[in-house]
Design a protein around this ligand. Structure first.
Ligand code: ADP
Ligand code: ADP
Ligand code: ZN
Length: 227
């Protein structure tokens, strides 16, 4: 194949505190751009539910609102990145969250002839973050995300996407744990904004806007960086 026709897979990183809207927007970007959402939070919750060794180690840390160790998170991420559906491109949602994870990601991508396409920082203030987390729930059937005040299904109690009527809330989405998660974000994850800014791949979005407006801003950026 002619080198000029080889396009590298897109690697987008959504950065932002808990409740910023990373999962909500990642699911819409999957639909709009054919990318695959890769949420380390979802992967860790699946490991906890399956009772794997990694899951057993992660459980208490997640319940307390701390960050799971880089070793565990990186092992889970590597396994997921090795699956063939990631070849077209991925949206990393909630990863990397520490400087160590960011460096390990560079190494992992380098080994696969890939690099970070763009890092989009979803910026929300701390009070909004607490309110978003407190009202969050998802459809138990299809995983569609909802919010008690900001995103309700068209028919009360019925999922727009799959018609399911059972919803679930995360154990760590309470005000106390949310505070710990926010502290972890500011101490360990927020410094990555400067790290990626220094590399010229950072974009910032005002994520205080409503879901549709944030989606528009994101789409414009993704269209530009994947062109
Ligand atoms: P994150 O993945 O960053 O933790 P989510 O995408 O799960 O965040 O969003 C947290 C909660 O806030 C969800 O209940 C979601 O429906 C709601 N939400 C997401 N984006 C917005 C927004 N722009 N405005 C208001 N509520 C939002
Ligand atoms: P949110 O976006 O609301 O913070 P996530 O689903 O991304 O929630 O993460 C839930 C929890 O899983 C985090 O509080 C943390 O304990 C753990 N976790 C998820 N991703 C990582 C990561 N990249 N590094 C360390 N811990 C993680
Ligand atoms: Zn559903």
């Amino acid at each position: 194949m002619d080198n000029a026709t080889i396009t590298r897979p897109t690697v987008l990183i959504l950065l932002g505190p808990p409740g910023a809207g990373k999962g909500t927007q990642a699911r819409m970007l999957e639909e709009d751009f054919g990318l695959v959402q890769l949420s380390t939070g979802d992967l860790l919750r699946a490991a906890v539910a399956a009772g794997t060794e990694a899951g057993q180690q992660a459980k208490a840390v997640m319940e307390a609102g701390g960050l799971v160790s880089d070793d565990i998170v990186l092992a889970i991420l590597k396994d997921r990145m090795a699956e063939p559906d990631t070849a077209r491109g991925v949206i990393l949602d909630g990863f990397p969250r520490t400087a160590g994870q960011a460096e390990a990601l560079d190494g992992l991508l380098d080994g696969a002839g890939m690099k970070v396409t763009s890092v989009i920082s979803l910026e929300v203030d701390d009070a909004a973050m607490i309110a978003r987390v407190a009202g969050r729930h998802t459809c138990a059937g299809c995983g569609e995300g909802y919010h008690d005040a900001f995103k309700l299904p068209a028919t009360a109690g019925v999922c727009d996407r799959c018609g399911g009527t059972a919803f679930k809330r995360r154990a760590d989405d309470n005000a106390e744990t949310a505070g710990a998660r926010l502290t972890a974000y500011h101490a360990q994850t927020a410094p990555l904004i400067a790290y990626y800014e220094g590399r010229g791949v950072l974009e910032r979005i005002d994520a205080m806007d409503d879901i549709a407006a944030v989606r528009d801003s994101l789409s414009r950026i993704v269209q530009t960086v994947t062109r």
